[in-house]
Design a protein around this ligand. Sequence first.
Ligand SMILES: Cc1cc2nc3c(=O)[nH]c(=O)nc-3n(C[C@H](O)[C@H](O)[C@H](O)COP(=O)(O)O)c2cc1C
Length: 193
Amino acid sequence: MKLAVVVGSTRPNRQTLKEVKWVAAQASLIEGIEAETVDLKDYPMPFFNEPLSPRANPNREIDPQVKKWLDKISSFDAYVFVTAEYNHSIPAVLKNAIDYLTTEITRKPSAVAGHGTVGGARAMMHLKEILSESRSVVIPQQVAFIGLSEGLDDDGNLSQTLKDNPYNPEVALKAMLEELKWYSDALSRARNS
Ligand SMILES: Cc1cc2nc3c(=O)[nH]c(=O)nc-3n(C[C@H](O)[C@H](O)[C@H](O)COP(=O)(O)O)c2cc1C
């Protein structure tokens, strides 16, 4: 399974990057998962301004910057979108990037991971709805990371305190990734049959 771990914020000193490093490293420990980080910072795109919804527009004229994003995203079997919580929702840059997607994620599974004062719970709720409407198959399992600034170092290593905690987030992450792999294998078989 080729897995994209998407960095959902782009501001300087973003915390999201630490969670992405952690997710990508844990994913690479699971047999059969090849994880790659996809950073929205590498795909600067204008605010969505196409005359029709991409899904309703087969003759879409695609901005070259947007095409780079679409081509990259379509090369994966599955996704983990890692989001911060901005005003109880996802960062605008992430929403904008998803608004451009159509067939690239259709019938492919997505999972979400977040952080914030309540683990990014409200942002993740929105993100699941957005991805579902974008035709991805969103799995129920998610990772809500509370206390990211102390919980993960800059390289995405989990603190010993959290490893020893009964609510060790690595347990939730592993369960989510294994479920994502299950869906990816099943959906990939179905898409190819
Ligand atoms: C514009 C803005 C709005 C925010 N709103 C919320 C919020 O509604 N709930 C929350 O838990 N944290 C909120 N925060 C805190 C962020 O979730 C937290 O700073 C997080 O680390 C941001 O991720 P980033 O560093 O990758 O941008 C907000 C931060 C910003 C910059």
